[in-house]
Design a protein. Structure first.
Length: 203
């Protein structure tokens, strides 16, 4: 195997270990991350050097986290519920940001695969149909991984307002449930400082 392919395989293996299974969505996120890092001439972020914006909560988001080092815990992974296979990566160092969005015709239509997927979701698939679906599922992922990453996406450099770096905030007990809560998430209700959960219960 060529050195470049070996490196790509090793990086995808890390995504696979994190996500748990091979699927088209994970492959999409992996290929997207490769483009984004390359276009920004960036490496995986150990801290908050990069900020990722994902426009869906599908499998590809896991690959973005692994590849870019942007995570919810570090505060540099932002979820926007737009339902698109679109991902943006921004660099605090340069101020540049690049967005990729999966092309509508990136994958060949497969009516049988879609039919099987619907049966799987409705728990109506026979053992043979389940086996056929997962075989096709893995094959589609492999096709994505073997494709030229640039051919799969529309790619644009975009302007973006970078969010502030994550801040450390002290916590205090909620006056209702007594659970420790970040003070900027406490709400003042009837003279009490309550957490969001308790505020919703009382409303």
């Amino acid at each position: 195997m060529a050195p470049e392919k070996t490196a790509v395989s090793a990086r995808f293996s890390k995504c696979l270990d994190f996500h748990g299974h091979l699927c088209p969505g994970l492959a999409i996120g992996f290929q997207a991350a490769r483009i984004l890092l390359n276009r920004l001439d960036a490496c995986r972020a150990p801290d908050e050097e990069l900020i990722a914006f994902v426009e869906n909560d599908a499998c590809g988001a896991d690959a973005i986290q692994v590849m870019t080092g942007c995570t919810f815990g570090k505060g540099n992974f932002v979820f926007r519920d737009y339902g698109k296979h679109a991902f943006t990566l921004a660099s605090r160092k340069t101020g540049r940001a690049v967005r990729v969005c999966l092309k509508p015709d990136a994958l060949e239509p497969d009516p049988d695969y879609l039919s099987l997927f619907e049966k799987i979701q409705k728990d109506q698939a026979s053992p043979e149909e389940k086996e056929r679906f997962w075989s096709r599922h893995r094959k589609r992922a492999e096709i994505i991984l073997e494709s030229d990453a640039e051919s799969l996406f529309n790619t644009d450099e975009v302007g973006i307002d970078l969010p502030p770096k994550a801040s450390i905030t002290s916590s205090e007990p909620c006056d209702v449930c007594a659970e420790s809560t970040k003070i900027d998430r406490l709400r003042e209700i009837d003279g009490k400082r309550v957490c969001i959960s308790c505020a919703r219960t009382d409303s």
